[in-house]
Each structure stands twice: as C-alpha cells, then as structure tokens.
Design a protein around this ligand. Structure first.
Ligand SMILES: Cc1cc2nc3c(=O)[nH]c(=O)nc-3n(C[C@H](O)[C@H](O)[C@H](O)COP(=O)(O)OP(=O)(O)OC[C@H]3O[C@@H](n4cnc5c(N)ncnc54)[C@H](O)[C@@H]3O)c2cc1C
Length: 432
C-alpha cells in the first residue's frame, strides 16, 4: 500500500478516545497557580494541584498531548539513565536513596493514576526488557538487574536463548527484564489526565500559547497570543522539547533531536504471537537505541533515531522498517501504515532539570526519552512544591539555567555524534 506523506497524525492520534473540550482562554483570570504546557508534566501537576484544592489554570499552545506526550512509544519504564549505585555516588547515600525511590516508583504512578481515575487507556503491565547488543553490555545489564533486585524489584535475567524466546528474535547476547514496567496508549493517557484534572477542578485551555510571563509585585502576569492573561502567584513552565524562548536561555540548555516511530498494520494472530509473546516492551543498549513493542491492536511499533530535522519523506523512517524486518522476517510484506516523530529533550547530565529563575517561577525540562513515568512523577512533585514552597517535595535540586556551550552548533554536534554511534553501535544481524 502506498503511504501518503506527510502523515500529520500519529497512530495515537487516529486511535485515541475523543479529547475532552479544552477551549482557548477567552477572558483574563486570577488564580493561585498557572501551568504552561499540556504534556504529562503540566497535566499531572494540574491534577495534583486541583486535588489539593489549589486553584489552577493550564495553558497549552495546541491541544493537550500535542507534544511528546501524545507521540511517544508508550513504554512506561521506571528509572533514569543512571543505575542506583551511580545515583548514590552522585548525590550521596541519603539523597541518592531518596532519588532511587522516586525514580523507581514512576511507572507505579502512571498505572495507579490510570486505575484510580478509571481512565480509558489501553495498557498492559508485562515488563520492560533491555537487550545487550555486545559483550560489554552483557555485564552492564547483569549488574543493573542485580542492583534493582537488591532493592526488591522483580527482575528476570535472560541469556541469549532466553532473549530469543522472550523477544521472538535471536539478536541479543543477554538481557534483563524490569517487572515494574509496561505499556500504555500515550495520547489516551494524556487525554485521561485532562479529564481527571478537569473533574478535580482544574481549568485546561488549549489553543492558548503563552507569549510572556512578567512579574508584577507579588504575582506573575502570564499573557497569551489571543490577549487574555492569567494572573498567578506561582507559575509552572513544562514546555518540554517544544518550548519557544519563553524562559530566556532555557531552550539552549537542551538538545532536542527527533525520535522516529513506524507502525505496521495490525498483525494476524500467528505473527503477533511470535513477537514479544509475553507482551513486554523492549529497548536495547545501543547508543542509538531501538525501542519496539506491540500495541493493543497487535501492530508492531519500531522506534529509534532519525534525522535531526523534520522529516521530508517516508524515506526518513526506512532504516527503522528495515530493522523491523531484519528482527522479524515474518513481517516482510506487511505495510507500515503510520509514521511519526517527536522531540526528546536531552540535558547535559542526562537528568531532568528543575529551575526557578525567580521565586515562584518553576521550570521543568529534560526527559531523556523516559518521560512517560518520569514527567508524570515530576509534575506531581512540582505541584507539591508550588503549593507548599517546601523544596523537600522536589526529587532533583533546583539548578541555575546554564546554556550548553556552542548551542547554536548543536545540530552539527548531533549529526556528528549520530554518525559516530552508527559506526560504533554495530548493525543488527539477520534473525534466524
Ligand atoms: C517519538 C518519541 C518517543 C518516546 N518514547 C518514549 C517512551 O516509550 N517512554 C518514555 O518514557 N518516554 C518516551 N518519550 C519521551 C516522553 O514522551 C516525554 O518525556 C514526555 O512526554 C515529556 O512530557 P512533557 O510534559 O515534559 O513535554 P511535552 O509532552 O512535549 O509537552 C509540552 C507541551 O508544551 C506546549 N507548549 C510549548 N510552548 C508553549 C507555550 N509557549 N505556551 C503554551 N504551551 C506551550 C507544547 O505544545 C506541548 O504540548 C518519547 C518521546 C518521543 C518524542
């Protein structure tokens, strides 16, 4: 089947339950807290604040979930780039263990919210597998699994045969499975958060791009393109990789490359049952990692790197489709009928950053491709901080906004780094 291009809507946009009404802000209001950005971070902050009884208005440029939150792979994976021992080494025993508890519970938060609010979100909690692509990474995944197991997490270690059985492809030398993880329909979850937040009393406005945030005495005046303003004592800015210079210097603190996903048509039962038969999600240990899963309609979704620029044609996904067929030759000839991409935000230290450039103006950025759970949990923490002023609510320290050196050249860096990793990661071998 010929695939039309450009494909504006993602698979998620064509399969999500209808969105709740989120009309533009049409008159100026005063409220305790204003949130800018309707991704997971902003929405979970809005829900938490409304549940605490704090007045909250959320302003989103497009529609809630339009950014990375409505386009991601839907893999709900706890943790961050760093292993528990690395977090303890970085932050010390007390703060390190507190952070380990926080990042270890992020997947729980997502599944708890879905259950507690009865959200209409296709989901499964069958674990996340990380596949080791070279001998050095075999040791890394064993150590990683061991560290989490010591903290009571249900982990499974696989050798090459075990991986072949779990994945349905003989590709990885070993792997580990984290039982806390799972999969969701990402846009359905964003829309579920909107409904839950509205029910709790939050006002959520789409088509309301914020153009300035100005402090006037004790309050901030948050102005939108269409004119009306929100006056608030606290402002939370959670604009992710789609922020546009609202906070001076913020965009320059991250690199925001595109991540690409291609999805097949729904697979027949025989083929679907031969791919990740246990229903887990998976990514691998390559620097330019591949991440893949089946969705609730048995499509195979293959995600990974793509060009830094916006896509120009379906060719920009061809490498992912080739990788999918190499891993699973049984899908040869089955059409990929959805292709989309979105921006992930990478900070210098691969951890989310929280800033407070003025007292009461709280800024969150940086997802490292793990934001489904992480940004949900950070949103709650930002809400607690906004409501109480207690910095102990925050999982990460508040740090100054420090632009990356030579940020203007970041597209060149990223292209060079991608070229380097492409050589050093090694390719997939044909599955047997
Ligand atoms: C293709 C892809 C695959 C991914 N896969 C996974 C995965 O499988 N698992 C995982 O954990 N994470 C994954 N991620 C990362 C995850 O999606 C993000 O970390 C998370 O969604 C970020 O949420 P957020 O709220 O910080 O930002 P976003 O969801 O990007 O939301 C920011 C919002 O702010 C709005 N905004 C920007 N400027 C303004 C303004 N001036 N005024 C008003 N609104 C504004 C934008 O329109 C946007 O909707 C993936 C990301 C991408 C792009």
């Amino acid at each position: 089947m010929a695939v039309p291009f450009p494909l504006a809507p993602s698979l998620w946009a064509t399969t999500a339950p209808a969105a709740a009404a989120t009309p533009p802000l049409d008159q100026s209001v005063a409220v305790e807290t204003c949130i800018v950005g309707g991704g997971y971070a902003g929405l979970s902050a809005a829900l938490r604040l409304a549940e605490r009884g704090t007045g909250v208005v959320l302003l989103e440029s497009r529609e809630p979930g339009w950014g990375a939150s409505g386009r991601n792979g839907g893999q709900v994976i706890p943790g961050v780039k760093y292993d528990p021992s690395e977090l303890v080494a970085k932050y010390g025993p007390a703060a390190g263990e507190a952070l380990i508890r926080f990042v270890g519970a992020t997947a729980d938060k997502v599944f708890d919210l879905i259950a507690r609010h009865g959200m209409d979100v296709p989901h499964v909690r069958a674990g996340w597998i990380q596949g080791a692509h070279n001998p050095a990474m075999v040791e890394t995944v064993k150590r990683r699994a061991g560290e989490w197991a010591e903290r009571g997490v249900a982990v499974t270690l696989y050798d090459a045969d075990g991986m072949a059985a779990a994945v349905g492809a003989r590709q990885y030398l070993a792997g580990w499975q984290d039982g806390r993880a799972g999969a969701i329909h990402p846009l359905a979850y964003a829309r579920g958060l909107v409904r839950a937040a509205q029910k709790a009393g939050a006002q959520i406005h789409g088509d309301s791009r914020v153009v300035s945030i100005v402090k006037r005495g004790e309050v901030f005046e948050v102005a939108t393109t269409q004119g009306p303003t929100v006056t608030a004592r606290r402002v939370i800015v959670a604009t992710g990789g789609y922020g546009d210079g609202l906070i001076p210097g913020l965009r320059e603190t991250v690199i925001a490359p595109n991540s690409f996903i291609a999805a097949t048509e729904p697979l027949g039962d025989n083929i679907a049952g031969s791919i990740l038969p246990g229903g887990q999600v998976i990514s691998d240990t390559r620097q330019l990692l591949l991440y893949f899963r089946r969705d609730h309609t048995n499509r195979l979704l293959m995600g990974g790197r793509g060009p830094f620029r916006e896509p120009k044609s379906a060719d920009d996904w061809a490498h992912l489709e080739r990788a999918a067929v190499k891993l699973f030759p049984q899908i040869k000839g089955i059409a990929f009928d959805h292709r989309w991409c979105g921006r992930v935000t990478l900070t210098r230290d691969f951890l989310p950053h929280i800033h407070e450039p003025e007292p009461g103006l709280i800024v969150d950025i940086g997802c490292m491709g793990r934001g489904v759970g992480l940004q949900t949990a950070i949103g709650e923490a930002l809400a607690d901080y906004a409501a109480t002023g207690d910095k102990a609510s925050l999982p990460f320290p508040v740090v100054p906004i420090v632009p990356l050196p030579f940020h203007a050249l970041h597209k060149l860096y990223v292209s060079a780094i991608i070229g380097w990793y492409r050589m050093t990661d090694g390719g997939l071998k044909a599955s047997t």
